[in-house]
Design a protein around this ligand. Structure first.
Ligand code: GLU
Length: 294
């Protein structure tokens, strides 16, 4: 077996919380248990919300956690040409189209569609599927926007993409902690249509989470993607992109989530569970591990 390579890939758009501590520690432990390496990747494609100060705080938190990081640390903001290149390859395959509807127009369309009780389909993250230009714009409006190059985003034509790849597509789901790390995987069928035509790039950000994550997992030689259960469904999109771009298929290991007192997933806007505020309040490493069930 080639040497396993794990990664922790946080976005410095807020402070790390208990859920990130669990993810970082599980990755570090798995790398030790499987005699692999452990890399950190800074997912900072959103250059308005990710700041150098937050990134510095993030590394301070990781240092305090005591996770031993291997080099190099990769920063997505320094890699835009690579994502553009991958996007162009997808465009050459004919599976990308310019999408002209703004977020506000999609929102208005969905509100209007649902006003009498009908339900517009949502993706696994709860965002409405892209309705397509025909549902919202007149042919003249579409023509005007095409002529003025007013594309708001580039989207993957999911049906066209699936038609190009060998289906059924699957991934192998392994365990994320303890003895489950060594268990045989279960095969999970990809359900990419549930996501509709995902965004690959926007006017203000020349790539998207989905595109950059598959490009980077491949170029960093990541063999094991160990991340939160909240990204389980997104793996379907990642497998489609890997298949289109001819990238290797990593092992996937999705871990349990730490929920807040309200029973919901932790968010970066909740200061109570940020590692920074817990640290300032004097939490010990032992107490932290207890709170995240390690
Ligand atoms: N950057 C993502 C986040 O902070 C994680 C990406 C991944 O692990 O695939 O939620």
């Amino acid at each position: 077996m080639t040497e396993p390579v794990f990664r922790f890939a946080p976005s410095p758009n807020g402070h790390l919380h208990l859920g990130h501590a669990l993810s970082a520690l599980l990755n570090a432990r798995a790398a030790v248990a499987l005699q692999g390496r452990f890399l950190v990747r800074v997912e900072d494609i959103d250059q308005t919300r990710c700041t150098p100060d937050l990134e510095r705080d993030m590394f301070e938190d990781l240092e305090w956690l005591g996770v031993p990081l291997d080099e190099p640390v990769l920063r997505q903001s320094g890699s835009f040409p690579l994502y553009r290149n991958a996007l162009e390859r997808l465009q050459d395959l004919g599976v990308v189209y310019p999408a002209y509807l703004t977020r506000a127009e999609i929102k208005r369309f969905v509100a209007d569609y649902e006003k009498d009780g009908a339900v517009w389909p949502r993706d696994p993250d709860g965002a409405p599927l892209y309705p397509g230009e025909d549902a919202v714009l007149s042919p003249k409006e579409q023509q005007d926007r095409a002529q003025s190059d007013g594309a708001f985003a580039l989207r993957l034509n999911m049906k066209a993409a699936l038609a190009r790849i060998e289906v059924p597509l699957t991934w192998q789901e392994y365990g994320a902690e303890g003895s489950a790390l060594f268990r045989s995987p279960k095969t999970v069928p990809v359900d990419a249509l549930a996501w509709g035509d995902v965004v690959l790039a926007r006017k203000d950000t020349p790539t998207s989470y989905h595109l950059s994550v598959v490009v980077d997992d491949a170029r960093q030689g990541i063999t094991d993607v160990l991340r939160g259960q909240d990204l389980y469904a997104a793996t379907s999109v990642h497998r489609v992109l890997q298949s289109l771009l001819g990238l290797p298929e990593p092992r996937y290991r999705h871990h349990r989530l730490i929920l807040g007192e309200d029973g919901r997933k932790l968010s970066k806007s909740n200061q109570d569970t940020s590692l920074r505020s817990l640290r300032e309040a004097g939490i010990s490493h032992a107490e932290l591990r207890r709170r995240i069930g390690l």
